[in-house]
Design a protein around this ligand. Structure first.
Ligand SMILES: C[S@@+](CC[C@H](N)C(=O)[O-])C[C@H]1O[C@@H](n2cnc3c(N)ncnc32)[C@H](O)[C@@H]1O
Length: 237
């Protein structure tokens, strides 16, 4: 009997992350190390014994659903932003979110594993996950098996170049006030996120155009200058 070609998978947890919208989320994990998130395991998986031993690993694989792209169709050919949006590649040669099965895969550094108000959490560092992302599975990252040092990276040989990010006097003082008030670091997070140049490729030549990105409960207004990005101000969401 041929295997069934559709399966039911269960969500084991939900990600709570600093990224409240897709725009601005780095294209892979580990690029914005300052980004914090936590994975909340949901019943019946919300228990510590199910995670026993995981604390001895530094990273986990997270398999998740691109839930914010569920209504968008997949395409056989994709224009990877890394190629300037000009060249098309086969969907299975890319890490696009628009896939036949909207499943994502990320290696993420873990922090504390704990329970709070009867809920079970794993702290995550440097994830590329939207707030609310449903998680299907987690597995320990095994360097001896998962790290192929002589692997070929195709047209994604290395991370994109980081651009310098400067803050206006207004933005600098607003960030200081926010950090003092909320005891939450945002200056480095903003630098790392904007330094990735989140603009879609068709806007990458445009200077002085104002953009906005939402991180936690603030909207960051910024623009591209000749050789750097400038943070103009931050606004409460
Ligand atoms: C290029 S994908 C790569 C994701 C994963 N590392 C992979 O390779 O499967 C990264 C992008 O996915 C998008 N993304 C993250 N979480 C998402 C979600 N829950 N639903 C839809 N898109 C999401 C963000 O815009 C992020 O920049």
């Amino acid at each position: 009997m041929p295997p069934s070609n559709s399966f039911t998978l269960n969500t084991i947890g939900i990600v709570h992350s600093c990224y409240k919208e897709k725009f601005g989320i780095p294209r892979q994990p580990g690029l914005v190390t300052e980004a914090t998130a936590r994975l909340e395991l949901i019943p019946p998986y919300s228990r510590l014994d199910i995670l026993e031993g995981l604390e001895s690993f530094s990273h986990i694989w997270i398999q998740f659903v691109f839930h914010a792209c569920m209504t968008e169709n997949w395409k056989a050919k994709i224009r990877p932003p890394r190629l300037g949006g000009k060249t098309k590649m086969g969907v299975f040669a890319t890490r696009t979110t628009h896939r036949p099965n909207p499943i994502g895969l990320s290696v993420v550094k873990i922090g504390n594993i704990y329970q709070e108000n009867k809920k079970t959490f794993i702290d995550l560092h440097g994830a590329d996950l939207l707030d609310g992302t449903p998680v299907l599975d987690i597995k320990p990252y095994l360097p001896y098996a998962d790290s192929i040092t002589d692997a070929q990276g195709g047209f994604f040989p290395a991370p994109a170049q980081i651009k310098p990010v400067l803050f206006s006097e207004l933005a600098k003082s607003q960030c200081e006030n926010y950090e003092n008030l909320h005891k939450r670091e945002i200056t480095t997070l903003i630098k790392q996120v904007i330094g990735q140049d989140p603009r879609p490729s068709y806007l990458s030549e445009q200077l002085d155009r104002e953009h906005g990105i939402t991180l936690w409960d603030i909207n960051i207004k910024w623009c591209a200058r000749n050789d750097h990005f400038e943070i103009l101000r931050i606004e409460n969401k």
